[in-house]
Design a protein around this ligand. Structure first.
Ligand code: FAD
Length: 288
């Protein structure tokens, strides 16, 4: 591993001061992604600036109809949070299926999103909860970007080197809705998603779909919303035939590639089944 200096600021302003003094530096949260890059000599910054001691980046709190999750919140904290379990069950599903307890104890939500793997497990749930990314710069000016606009490409986000992701604002879905995240893996545990499907669905009194959001992972260069599938399902009863058609539409709006986790044709087949399955599970969770 290359030699590097290590700084552990206690506040966001201290982190920016450290960065000004160390231009060839990288921010690090849990380190579960960045240390792999260091070990493989893919990056070799002079300095790592740890965000772990910064309290402003931690915590989960509800303000009116939104919940703010600090970027430094660990995946384990998401897994254990009653608020997440109650309001954002798809995010809990993602958390309990991400890596191992050891990794989840250090890995953060911010790191998972900024690392921008097309298969990042928390991305699809954040997309279905209409998450916005709260970003702060060295002048301590904040900007807010919808998560849909934050991803740029595989492992790339719209974030400057001297910006920090403060956290995420999630819309609380209607109490009558149900949501879920399903992860298809080659192995039963400790594997990255071959395909990930998040669904938030609300049914009207007459049983038709009044609102639906679908987030997909590992089937495009970035995590995506399946907008055509959502438009198709809106206003329809989620019957077997409708969900089968929805699976076909979703298969048509993805662009998976062959990679270590699976072949493109297989991901397309899995999507067809998983769209159905996730919609059914979201319906069941809505209690309708
Ligand atoms: C064995 C193993 C298994 C894994 N399994 C999974 C899995 O099943 N699913 C999955 O999705 N991921 C998995 N991962 C990947 C990884 O654990 C997650 O992506 C994790 O959430 C990254 O968070 P971190 O805090 O460790 O990020 P770090 O490694 O600290 O940082 C990742 C990137 O984000 C940047 N960054 C972090 N926080 C901020 C911030 N607040 N502002 C600006 N930039 C920031 C860093 O500079 C770096 O570029 C696995 C990793 C390992 C090692």
């Amino acid at each position: 591993m290359p030699h590097f200096e290590y700084r552990r600021p206690a506040s966001i302003s201290e982190a920016f001061n450290a960065r000004e003094n160390e231009p060839d530096s990288r921010f690090v949260a849990g380190g579960s992604d960045i240390f792999l890059l260091l070990k493989k000599n893919i990056i070799a910054p002079d300095c790592l600036i740890s965000l772990r001691a910064i309290e402003e980046l931690k915590g989960i709190k509800q303000i009116e109809n939104r919940v703010f999750i600090g970027s430094g919140t660990t995946i384990r904290e998401l897994e254990k949070s009653e608020l997440i379990e109650k309001r954002f069950p798809a995010l809990k599903d993602a958390a309990i299926n991400l890596a191992s307890p050891q990794i989840r104890n250090v890995a953060t939500l911010g790191g998972n999103i900024v690392n921008a793997s097309p298969g990042a497990d928390t991305a699809a749930p954040l997309l279905i909860y209409n998450a916005a990314v709260i970003i702060i710069n060295a002048q301590l000016i904040e900007r807010v970007v919808p998560l849909t606009d934050f991803f740029k490409g595989p492992k790339q986000v719209h974030l400057q080197a001297d910006e920090i992701v403060k956290g995420f604002a999630l819309e609380i879905p209607p109490p009558s809705s149900g949501s879920t995240y399903l992860k298809f893996m080659k192995r039963k545990a400790m594997d990255l998603a071959n395909v990930g499907v998040g669904v938030m669905l609300d049914l009207a009194e007459n049983g038709t779909c009044s609102d639906i959001r679908i987030g997909l992972a590992t089937v495009a260069p970035t995590p995506i919303r399946a907008l055509k599938t959502e438009a198709f399902l809106k206003g329809k009863t989620p019957s077997e035939a409708t969900l089968t058609q929805a699976g076909e539409i979703a298969a048509g709006e993805i662009s998976p590639i062959d990679d270590l986790r699976g072949q493109a044709w297989h991901k397309i087949e899995v999507i067809k089944t998983y769209i159905k399955r996730a919609c059914r599970q979201a319906c069941a969770r809505s209690g309708k």
